[in-house]
Write a new protein. Sequence first.
Length: 279
Amino acid sequence: MIKKAGIVACSDAVKKEHKKYSDELVGFLRSIGITPLLSSCIYKKNGSIFSGTSKEKADQLMRMFSDPEMEEIYDISGGDMANELLDDLDYERIAASKAVLWGYSDLTAVLNAIYTMTGKKSVLYQVRFLTSFGGSGDIQRQRFQNREELFSPSFELVRGDSMRGVVVGGNIRCFLKLAGTRYFPELEGKLLLLEAHSGEVPQMITYLSQLRQLGAFDKVNGIILGTFMSMERGNCVPDITALVKKYIHPQTPVALTSEIGHGDDSKAIMIGKEIKISS
């Protein structure tokens, strides 16, 4: 069982009115024997939109990674600003740490940068869903204590009969923040996971065009599509599966899952871990 965990906010500052969810999370962690250590850069400060400078946020994250007792680090933020930390992180110390970072959405940029720079795995998952922040807290708390269930999203292959590779990606918009930087992962032989909270067909065309222009679809062993919440709510035509098929090679396998993404009932998946999906 995990004994010590950090709580950080590497992206946008968490609203003060959401502190109740952080307190609820801390209470739950303590109830199952985990000692939480909180970053000093979580909530908005001095009436601004910031919880601290990028260097201050990076230092708080490195404080967690540098703690020899730290086993997991949970990011509870989201938004737009996580990639500002990347140049201030000590990747050698992150690689040497046993701590594993958890986050989702905008943390896609940090999780993939850590994999690129260190080969270290991270977890695409939002621990705020363990609280009353969403509507699935009860089932999420059960899953959190049953890691086998938490890390077992179901997949449906809609093209091809199998795919194997190391998983990279996450939120499509935030993943593309790394394009052209040293933090963008090598995609040869990888499984590219894509999901989104906002954005409908025009936005997805923008992102998919950029991925194609980067040569991503020439390299990957398969595409995993999680939930695309705005598209699904809007019953967009074409849907994301049809849209993606227009951009990738006809032989590239495609798998769907409704259990990875921004939904409060989502399960977890590891960025940087090799998996196999078969029919």
